[in-house]
Write a protein that binds this ligand. Structure first.
Ligand SMILES: C[S@@+](CC[C@H](N)C(=O)[O-])C[C@H]1O[C@@H](n2cnc3c(N)ncnc32)[C@H](O)[C@@H]1O
Length: 245
């Protein structure tokens, strides 16, 4: 195992994301001797007993360790955006605002090396934070731009635009940025914002394909306990799928 390789130590109760080095790693399960790991799949005991399996972290494992800025787009909503708009290998996608960079990172994986993700962020602090998150996991196909998405988006004829912004109707360049038939997805927490976005679409003759709120309910199943978790995700946002003609 090479020094610096990211490894997820996966136990039944706990998990730890580490960078490999030939040292002891101290955890609440006691010390784990990393020198015993030679390859992914190896099992190592911790001093207090629990055994951990060294696995290659997924992109999502890595994202969970991102430095957090503003509210992120969660997998339930990111997955729906990707599926509904047909984003795939080679797609060109604009994302704004970048925030913590979760949506841009999900997109990066899906569009692959032939695709492009350009993400805009107005706040210097959030732009820097997201860039650091992207660099930490070595993303190559995401271009993080520091700019105001309402006026600064330069890209032309992209396939999809995802707007996690308070006033998406203020993005003045949409028609140039997105190809005919391409999608603009507005991610809006408030129904009053949805109403304003819908009337913007009507004025501009954009088609509204769907307006969706997606609810997720996670369950606990352990022995005889089998019920929805008491702390589930509540409302995140409404997703408005619109298309430019
Ligand atoms: C809720 S966060 C985005 C989270 C992001 N979608 C994610 O999944 O991590 C909204 C971001 O938009 C940024 N923002 C607000 N107005 C903007 C504008 N006009 N242009 C670019 N970014 C803007 C904010 O600074 C904030 O970082």
């Amino acid at each position: 195992m090479r020094k610096g390789t990211k490894i997820l130590l996966l136990g039944t109760e706990n998990r730890y994301l580490i960078k490999y080095r030939k040292e002891k790693f101290h955890t609440k399960d006691g010390a784990i001797d990393l020198a015993k790991i030679k390859k992914f799949g190896d099992k190592v005991p911790s001093a207090n007993g629990p055994v951990f399996t060294a696995v290659e972290p997924t992109l999502f494992d890595l994202m969970k360790k991102f430095k957090r800025g503003p509210q992120i787009i969660l997998p339930k909503d990111a997955g729906l955006i990707i599926a509904e708009t047909g984003i795939g290998e080679g797609s060109k996608v604009i994302d704004a605002g970048t925030g913590t960079g979760w949506m841009a990172t999900f997109l990066s994986k899906v569009v692959g090396s032939k695709g492009k993700v350009v993400t805009y962020e107005k706040s210097k602090i959030n732009h820097k934070l997201a860039k650091q998150n992207f660099d930490d996991i070595g993303l190559k196909n995401v271009r993080a731009k520091h700019g105001d998405a309402y006026v600064d988006i330069k890209e032309k004829n992209f396939d999809v635009m995802i707007l996690d912004l308070a006033e998406p109707w203020n993005v003045s360049t949409m028609k140039k940025n997105i190809k005919t038939g391409g999608y603009i997805v507005a991610y809006l927490p408030q129904i009053s914002q949805v109403q304003e976005y819908v009337s913007f679409c009507e004025k501009n003759e954009f088609i509204i394909e769907r307006i969706i709120e997606l609810q997720e309910r996670e369950w606990s199943v352990k022995g005889r306990i089998s019920r929805p978790k008491s702390h589930s995700i509540g409302h995140t946002a409404f997703l408005i799928f619109s298309r430019i003609l």
